[in-house]
Design a protein around this ligand. Structure first.
Ligand code: URA
Length: 434
């Protein structure tokens, strides 16, 4: 088999065979196929697409390019949750403890954030002492003991994707639904869970800008999971404004703590209840979605979700006193208000602008080597739909940086205030199930 023939066939719009796809993934992973041929193929896939079968085979081949985690020694259904990334997305830190408090086993392998979307691992590391690099044996022991572990993916998982994703990043071939779907799903499937809930976000601050593209990506991933025997479901959620009020690592952890204590912002609470209920259904712990919602609300009311977060932090070496007393988190030196110059209702808070501004304040990375300032970020005092008077504070910018005039201007411009009242949209737009 020759790589040039595979490229030519995809270039001309043919479906690739299983043999061809496996030849490519194996050859590229071990360095026999050079970057220039892999980029030519990914560009051909970008233009010609892949059908369901090709996408499932590509996923399976990538998933088996490295180590896979076997969680079968843990009794019950193990569930993983994945978000395609957004601004202020701390949902996993809320939903994970809530479903674990209800008896689910939540085995989450997570990534770091790059650009304006923060990763769960970075948020967890804002808790002093927290260790996200747990070996396989400890991961399994922790899941058995407390029902939840949130850890970083090791380099041994899905090396084919690591190489291919890095190549796609510099060859303008990231934005292809079969390539994104197989990249995300191969990592999730290699992590060993029986069921996966995907939170596919759409909007200015998300990877997918439109609801339609998010729906296509969600369908592709649900189909892959289904064809490989895992109960995979997806929610399509709005990322046109940041999720919740806090953007930035320790600010988001504090918001997650508050949410688990019944003091969360409406959109985050709604998303946590909805996602949690679906996970409990996937774990066969409830019969209906409605029953799932009730169980999750109870785990907020009786603080069992909060206690589970304390257990999770303790189990991974973190200092639980920060969870019990969030005032202990170090604050940024400067906390600067941004005020509204007019009265009316908030119509828009552009997620992308807020995410980029938070990153420039120190909360995110522009390159993988950047060091994050855990205390930096933006706290929204107003959300879309809120009434404001001229002079009201729209948000507070937390930073240790000086010379930030231009960033503050960007934050101000992210808000659109208008006289007309706003009709609020739900956070969850749709639910995709095989
Ligand atoms: N996230 C991934 O893990 N892979 C992609 O291709 C895009 C986003």
């Amino acid at each position: 088999m020759r790589m040039v023939d595979i490229i030519e066939r995809k270039r001309d719009g043919h479906a690739l065979t299983e043999e061809e796809i496996r030849f490519f993934v194996k050859g590229y992973s071990c360095g026999e196929i050079p970057d220039y041929q892999a980029s030519a193929l990914t560009m051909a896939i970008y233009f010609r697409g892949m059908n369901k079968e090709e996408t499932a085979i590509l996923t399976d081949a990538m998933m088996h390019s490295g180590e896979t985690v076997d969680l079968s020694v843990i009794p019950g259904i193990k569930v993983d949750k994945h978000s395609t990334g957004g601004v202020g997305d701390k949902t996993s830190l809320v939903v994970g403890p809530l479903v674990a408090a209800c008896g689910a086993k939540i085995a989450k392998m997570s990534g770091r954030g790059l650009g304006h979307t923060g990763g769960t691992l970075d948020k967890m590391e804002s808790i002093p002492g927290m260790n996200v690099f747990v070996d396989k044996e400890d991961f399994i022991r922790q899941l058995n003991d407390i029902g939840i572990a949130i850890i970083g993916q090791t380099a041994k998982i899905d090396p084919a994707d690591k190489k291919l994703y890095a190549l796609r990043d510099v060859t303008a071939t990231v934005e292809s639904i079969p390539l994104i779907a197989s990249s995300i799903m191969s990592k999730k499937l290699a992590s060993g869970s029986d069921a996966i809930l995907l939170d596919v976000k759409f909007g200015t601050g998300a990877f997918m800008k439109t609801l339609e593209d998010a729906r296509k990506l969600a369908r592709a991933m649900v189909e892959i999971g289904d064809s490989l025997g895992r109960d995979t479901r997806a929610v399509l959620t709005d990322m046109n404004q940041p999720l919740g009020k806090a953007v930035g690592n320790s600010l988001e952890v504090i918001e997650a703590i508050n949410t688990l204590q019944g003091k969360g912002p409406r959109d985050l609470v709604d998303l946590a209840i909805d996602s949690g209920a679906i996970i409990l259904e996937q774990a066969h712990l409830v019969q209906t979605y409605e029953e799932g919602c009730e169980r999750i609300m109870k785990a907020i009311d009786d603080r069992s979700g909060f206690r589970k977060l304390v257990e999770l932090v303790k189990a991974q070496g973190g200092d639980p006193s920060y969870i019990e007393n969030p005032d202990k988190f170090e604050k940024a030196k400067y906390i600067i208000p941004v005020v509204s110059s007019r009265a009316g209702y908030v119509h828009r808070i552009d997620s992308l602008s807020i995410g980029l501004a938070a990153m420039k304040f120190g909360a995110g990375r522009a390159t993988m080597d950047d060091v994050i300032d855990m205390s930096a970020g933006i706290y929204l005092e107003k959300k879309v739909g809120d009434k404001v008077e001229s002079g009201d504070v729209l948000c507070y910018c937390h930073t240790n940086k000086t010379d930030i005039k231009d960033i503050l201007k960007e934050v101000e411009e992210a808000f659109l205030v208008d006289e007309k009242k706003v009709v609020l949209e739900p956070i969850v737009y749709d639910y995709i199930h095989a």
